[in-house]
Structure formats: structure tokens, C-alpha cells
Design a protein around this ligand. Sequence first.
Ligand SMILES: C[S@@+](CC[C@H](N)C(=O)[O-])C[C@H]1O[C@@H](n2cnc3c(N)ncnc32)[C@H](O)[C@@H]1O
Ligand code: SF4
Ligand code: SF4
Length: 297
Amino acid sequence: MEKKILRNWSSIDTRLDNIERKVRILDREPQFFNNVPLPSWIELSIVDACNRACSFCPRKDESIAPNTYHQMSMSLIEKLCADFKKINFEGAFCLSGYGEPTLNKNIYEITYKLSILGAVELITNGDTLKPSDIKKHYDSNLSKLIISLYDGEHQIEKFKQMTKESGVPDDFVILRNTWYDDKENFGLLLTNRAGTIDVGKQTKYHEDGSCYYPSYTSVIEWNGDIFLCCHDWQRRIAMGNVMQKDFFEIWNSGIYNKYRKSLLCGDRDKKPCLDCNANGKVHGFKHADAWKKTFKM
Ligand SMILES: C[S@@+](CC[C@H](N)C(=O)[O-])C[C@H]1O[C@@H](n2cnc3c(N)ncnc32)[C@H](O)[C@@H]1O
Ligand code: SF4
Ligand code: SF4
């Protein structure tokens, strides 16, 4: 694979902590295409399965998220890349979604293709990782490898050692401690995943119910279906499918704009938002303002 470094962050950026780094990506000034605000963050769910069944995740319930092992194909990635090129997309990608992304056999190729368009982050439970895999992720132009540590503090040393052995820069790997117990919030900004889980100390959405997620992000499922956000594990109401329409057409469609507008007004009156307790105002305020202007609100 041709080695071509396209990382979007300087060494100063990489010293900033996780939240500060995400703010710089998600809360940037919005980019426009045909006067329509574009997303800054695209999450891809590249495999419909996980090797774990965490108590706070809908994966634990087979009636909601059975492991089908469906994988996002390279032809879908090619189609997506073509769509994003057409609109000169300048945002970032996150390989995470509704499963464990390292279970996709084409993960390195997927990362490399997307990295030509923008920064790519990967969120993983780390179970499949070996030092040689960490190196392969780095060589695929991945920007950040984010490892969720669910088992305990001992994992810090294990992954630090692996990172050292792999020979990649230390700040390529971010370790997230998420092992706290269910009386707290498991170290996460815990939500009910649109009414599909009920454990731990969950966050309650902002009093006015507003949600900015559809203003700045999209989640693309393994088969090309586009969903409103990473909290929507019900996955019943797709905004469209990228194998049938261009991404921009779906992003600016009537149904997407209807949800977007209602959520900017604080109306969580339709599923999946009706059942969701996520605080939708953590990021994306500049995109929300841009959409409000577009809708003349
Ligand atoms: C669904 S996981 C997919 C990636 C990978 N399997 C992992 O766990 O890191 C994506 C992110 O969602 C987080 N997550 C899982 N359940 C959650 C919940 N109920 N509320 C908030 N975040 C949650 C995970 O900790 C992880 O950071
Ligand atoms: S949080 Fe991640 S590792 Fe845990 S079950 Fe869900 S997808 Fe799997
Ligand atoms: S209200 Fe919940 S389900 Fe709806 S877009 Fe916002 S975070 Fe997603």
C-alpha cells in the first residue's frame, strides 16, 4: 500500500485531549455545498456484529442487535468516496457505529480510501489488536486509534506496551477508560440508545429537547442506509440509502430536513427521537445555527 500521510492534525493538536480534539473537528465552521450546510463528522458502521455484549450496549440484546456479521463492501466505500468527492467534503470519518469495526476484513483498505478525503478515526474494544495490527492501522493513514478499555486499569499497561512494540507514535493511540460500574455511568456519556437500554446512571437530554446531531453528522450502516445518529439503535427509519441515491441528495432530503428542523425546535415527537434521552447539544452548535438560517427560523 502506498504510504501517503494525510493526517489533519499537527503535533500540537495531538497533545490536546480527546474532547478538545473532537471539538475542533465537530464544532468547526460549517462547510457549504449549494448553500446547504454539510456534515463535519461521518460515522460508518462497517460490520453488523461484535465479539462482546456489554451491559450498557444494545448488542447485548439479540432482539435489537443480533450479530448478523454483514460487512460494508468495498463497492459501497467506492460509491461513498465518489459522492463525497462531488461535494468536496472536508469533514472527518469515524469507523465505529453499531458494532466492532475491526471485525471487517477490509478495514485497512477502507481506512486508506477514506483517508484520501479526510481524517479517519477508529473506535475499537481492542480485543483483536496485536502490535502488528496497530502498525497496519498507522500505515493505512488512520488518524487516531481509540481503544475503549472496558475490563479495568490493567489494560492501560497492556495497550501502552503494544503501542511501544508497534513502533507508532504514542499519541496515535488514545486509551479511554470506560470500566466504571453501573452505579455510575461506565465512564461514558451514557444514554438509553433511543430507548433500547436501561442501565446505569444515564444522562438526560437538555431541558428544551433540542438536538443538533442531524445538523452535523450522519451514521452510515453496513448496507448504505443512513441513520440520524449513533444513538439510534432502533435503526428502523432510514433517511435513504447511498446505493440508491447520492449522499448529498439524502442529506438534503425532505425527511432529513423535517427531522432536523423539528429537533432544532426541541420536538422529539417522532421515533427514534421520541424514546431518546441523549443530550443533543454537546456538539454542533455552529451547524445548528447554519441550518436555522437555511430554514429561516
Ligand atoms: C457502540 S461502540 C462501537 C465501537 C467499539 N465496539 C467500542 O465499544 O469501542 C461506540 C461507542 O459507543 C459507546 N457506547 C456504548 N453504549 C453506550 C451507551 N449506552 N451510551 C453512550 N455510549 C455508549 C462505546 O463505549 C463506544 O465508545
Ligand atoms: S460497546 Fe462496543 S464492544 Fe461493547 S458490545 Fe457494544 S459494540 Fe461491542
Ligand atoms: S434526539 Fe436522539 S435519536 Fe434523535 S437525532 Fe438526537 S440523539 Fe439521535
